[in-house]
Design a protein around this ligand. Structure first.
Ligand code: ATP
Ligand code: MG
Ligand code: MG
Ligand code: MG
Length: 474
């Protein structure tokens, strides 16, 4: 089954079961400054769960564009390292707004996986929240899942929240065993191990509370259900592969990267990592720009910029000297254009924005890398392992290297960054900038992108204006 067919079957199954098909919302959350990017299918229904908004349906099904590259759910550092995490992915979900609850949600999920998709029960496991005996009993008594295949975990894994505040509740998750020979290989490897063997495919959240700023949980007006299953992960399962990158959804893009790089996937592990990172980042960048984010030095735009610059560096590692990411847009649109027609509508605009950003960065990438190489060589000679704040700052300020990019580049050689030293340099610059501020005009990035802005898509991010360049380091 192709990814497209799985998405269609998911819609079909839940529509047959009384769910209204709802379109994905934009990646920029509407009226929600608590959220960096849309990170789950339930985001657009937040106010419905909270009882503040009514819809003319009580059950919904959707496939939601998600980006997890900052904020509470951040997988940027996982990309290229695991076979199952992306910055951009699609989340299939079914929702009940005060209609059905645990029993029905579990029945739907199990029937979809084992009957509709025909997955073998022998390779499925489930988890429930520590004290959720009710869910554990439903799995066992109603669905016949043996007790030893039902695991219990605490807050971190089995209590889902979209952010620090908002709707939340205990959840039950379904895992697929990729089989012996996959994952970490440890004899202790089991469900809950953070490797690729036991892969979480579907989370069913029993939405019951609203968490306030001070952490207090207030019961929601009506218990509800919110579920999320990664389309790329379930596609991997259905296509008999153990990496999301081997599914048709990502392979279509990797084929294109092979063409533009002249390299073959699976010839060299290091090149493969770069190809995967570029494939992942190309999707994220295309969708983010399409949805109105523009590269900038703060907030959402800075997350986008960091993703683009990581991709540019990996393109360079593949030996590609000229801008390339904007060309990968074609592959993304070919794979996703029918499900998300907005991609095709804004294709030219998206390419223009990417090309402008790539051209800017390519000019300084080589010089920045040379400086970094000199630095690491000098440190090695001295037997030291910490990149100084001054060097990190120079790369950041003069060569446009986001701090996490620098960290990413030197990490494999065992270097760490002097974060405090960097923070000090940033502070010094801030003070200096304040001193020089009076009387100067507004110039910079805003102007550079003004022209592109004219096409009618705009960024309207409200929060995170003080997000630091270090936000994903810790
Ligand atoms: P994991 O533990 O694997 O990081 P999660 O618990 O953070 O996943 P949830 O917030 O429960 O994920 O999201 C619901 C589903 O979305 C997951 O079960 C998974 O199928 C999918 N998913 C989550 N994060 C990603 C990602 N970064 N890339 C692809 N799919 C993802
Ligand atoms: Mg996660
Ligand atoms: Mg998880
Ligand atoms: Mg989960």
């Amino acid at each position: 089954m192709t990814g497209k067919e799985i998405r269609a079957q998911f819609f079909n199954y839940f529509q047959r079961n009384g769910h209204a098909l709802v379109e994905s919302s934009n990646l920029i959350p509407r009226n929600d400054p608590t959220l960096l990017f849309t990170n789950a299918g339930m985001n657009q229904f937040k106010d419905v769960f909270l009882g503040m908004e009514k819809r003319d349906y009580l059950r919904a099904v959707s496939s939601q564009k998600c980006v997890r590259a900052g904020g509470k759910h951040n997988d940027l550092e996982n990309v290229g390292r695991t076979a199952r995490h992306h910055t951009f992915f699609e989340m299939l979900g079914n929702f009940s707004f005060g209609d059905y609850f645990k029993k029905e949600a579990i029945a739907f999920a199990w029937a979809f996986l084992t009957k509709e998709l025909g997955l073998s029960k022998d390779r499925l496991y489930v988890t429930v929240y520590t004290d959720d005996d009710e869910a554990a009993d439903i799995w066992h008594n109603q669905e016949g899942v043996p007790r030893e295949r039902i695991y219990r975990f605490g807050e971190k894994d089995n209590f889902w929240s979209m952010g620090d505040t908002g709707p939340c509740g205990p959840c039950t998750e379904i895992f697929w065993d990729n089989g012996p020979g996959t994952g970490c290989g440890s004899p202790d490897c089991a469900v809950g191990c953070d490797c690729d063997r036991y892969m979480e495919i579907w989370n069913n959240v029993f939405m019951q509370f609203n968490r306030s700023k001070d952490g207090v949980l207030t019961p929601l007006p009506k218990p509800s259900v919110d579920t999320g299953m990664g389309l790329e992960r379930i596609s991997a399962v259905m296509q008999g592969v153990t990496s999301n990158y081997d599914t048709d959804l990502l392979q279509g893009i990797i084929r294109h990267i092979e063409k533009v790089s002249g390299k073959k996937y699976r010839d060299d592990e290091k090149d493969d990592v770069s190809m995967r990172v570029i494939a992942d980042h190309a999707r994220a960048v295309t969708f983010l720009i399409c949805d109105g984010v523009l590269p900038s030095n703060e907030g959402r735009g800075y997350v986008l910029r960091r993703i683009m610059r990581r991709a540019a560096r990996h393109a360079k590692m593949l030996g590609i000297a000229e801008p390339v990411l904007y060309r990968v847009v074609d592959a993304v649109n070919m794979m996703m254009g029918d499900a998300y027609p907005e991609l095709l509508e804004r294709e030219q605009y998206v390419k223009k924005v990417i090309l402008a950003e790539e051209e800017r960065f390519i000019e300084t990438l080589d010089r920045g890398l040379a400086i970094l190489n000199e630095e690491t060589a000098a440190l090695k000679a001295k037997g030291e392992k910490v990149i100084s704040g001054e060097v990190i700052f120079k790369l950041y300020d003069t060569f446009g290297f986001p701090v996490d990019l620098t960290a990413d580049i030197v990490e494999s050689e065992g270097f760490t960054l002097d974060e405090d030293g960097f923070a000090l340099c940033m502070e010094k610059q801030r003070v200096k900038a304040r001193e020089n501020w009076k009387g100067s005009g507004e110039t910079g990035l805003a102007d550079i992108y003004k022209e592109l802005h004219g096409t009618g898509v705009s960024t309207d991010f409200l929060g995170y204006s003080e997000q630091t360049a270090f936000s994903t380091i810790s």
